[in-house]
Design a protein around this ligand. Structure first.
Ligand code: PMV
Length: 353
């Protein structure tokens, strides 16, 4: 049996803008991870167990789903309509389609048809825009490939990205990249991602952020579609994407020099843009105001918005967390940017995660 794990993530600057060509963002891996144990079976079935449920099907069915998905991706490239990918996701029971599709792709590409048992467990809170689906996809892909002695981070990235495509349609790829490679990643749509080396961040065991869960769950695909519609209907808002790109560029310098108060100002500016793009909600605005009143340098939503998580940067993030909790938010401190990407967990048994 092989166990692999991959982290969740937060987007520090640039969400939504990064979906468009030339759009930039900075994301960081967080110290909350997903785990997958993988074993070969020998009876020609794929058994997948996760919080979502249990499924056991012949390998051929998983391979069939992978083939169907690949054809749908090809078709959507030509038509620009990503709805068929989403339909595949919705038609699979218990939303286990992405996990099944990854297993089917690996079985097909490696010509291994004797089956797998895959157990998945995640400590990344789901639906909070902290990269749960990419993290789970990368852990599963890492486990499957390692189980066949084919572990390869590029393939993990591809498989986790494919899983995200099934859920979101046309994601930028920033989530799958950062959970696969770990650390802090600067991402420009259409270019090779770059990993940032920030010595002060590593010296501090990561950048410690206060993170609140708004308790509101909204699909990333819906929020991406909403922004796309807004930009089509109100072309004058297009300049906001350029403004966000400049925030990201400044964010790179600010993180390198570890200037937290300037980073906080940039977060506030980024939040203002996200609000103008229509992806903030009153609960997000409340969390941001509470954090700023409690002394945070800056606060913003992270990921697609419409709900999910708010991050705040502060000298004492635990104080922001306490204040949020008194206002009824589920909140925690997470360390980001010093976490490894996908890895094989030598010596870890299933009972341990
Ligand atoms: O909601 P999340 O955590 O999957 O983040 C989405 C980030 C977006 O920029 C809104 C979409 C994308 O694909 O980059």
């Amino acid at each position: 049996m092989v166990v692999a794990s991959a982290p969740g993530k937060v987007i520090l600057f640039g969400e939504h803008g990064v979906v468009y060509k030339g759009g930039k963002a900075i994301a960081a891996a967080i110290n909350q991870r997903s785990y997958a144990s993988v074993e070969r079976r020998g009876d020609g079935h794929v058994l997948i167990q996760s919080d979502l449920g249990i499924s056991r099907e012949p390998v051929d069915k998983a391979v069939g789903l992978a083939n169907e998905f690949d054809s749908a991706v090809e078709a959507s490239r030509k038509t620009g309509d990503y709805a068929p990918l989403r339909s595949l996701y919705e038609s699979e029971p218990m939303r286990l389609g992405p996990a099944k599709m990854i297993a089917g792709r690996v079985a097909r590409d490696e010509k291994v048809y004797d089956g797998f048992t895959i157990h998945i467990n995640t400590r990344v809170p789901s639906g909070c825009h902290r990269g749960t689906s990419s993290s789970v996809g990368a852990a599963e892909a890492g486990g499957l490939l390692a189980c066949l002695d084919r572990f390869d981070v590029r393939r993990v990235d591809e498989l986790a990205y494919a899983a995200d495509r099934m859920i979101v349609g046309s994601p930028s790829g920033i989530d799958s990249t950062v959970v696969t490679y770990g650390g802090v990643v600067t991402f420009t749509k259409g270019e090779e991602p770059k990993q940032m080396n920030i010595p002060s961040l590593h010296a501090n065991g990561g950048l410690h952020l206060a993170v609140a869960d708004t308790g509101v769950r909204v699909d990333t695909g819906k929020m991406v579609a909403l922004v796309r519609r807004t930009l089509n209907e109100r072309p004058e808002k297009g300049r906001l994407i350029g403004e966000m790109n400049r925030i990201v560029e400044e964010g790179v310098d600010v993180l390198k020099s570890y200037d937290l108060s300037r980073a906080g100002l940039l977060m506030n500016h980024n939040q203002w843009i996200l609000r103008s793009l229509g992806v903030s909600i009153p609960r997000i605005e409340d969390a941001c105001s509470i954090a700023l009143r409690a002394g945070a340098y800056g606060a913003k939503l992270t990921g697609a918005g419409g709900g999910g998580s708010v991050i705040a940067l502060a000298e004492h993030p635990e104080r922001i967390v306490e204040t949020w909790r008194t206002h009824g938010f589920d909140a925690d401190v997470v360390a980001c940017g010093a976490e490894n990407g996908v890895r094989v967990e030598n010596g870890l048994r299933r009972s341990m995660f």
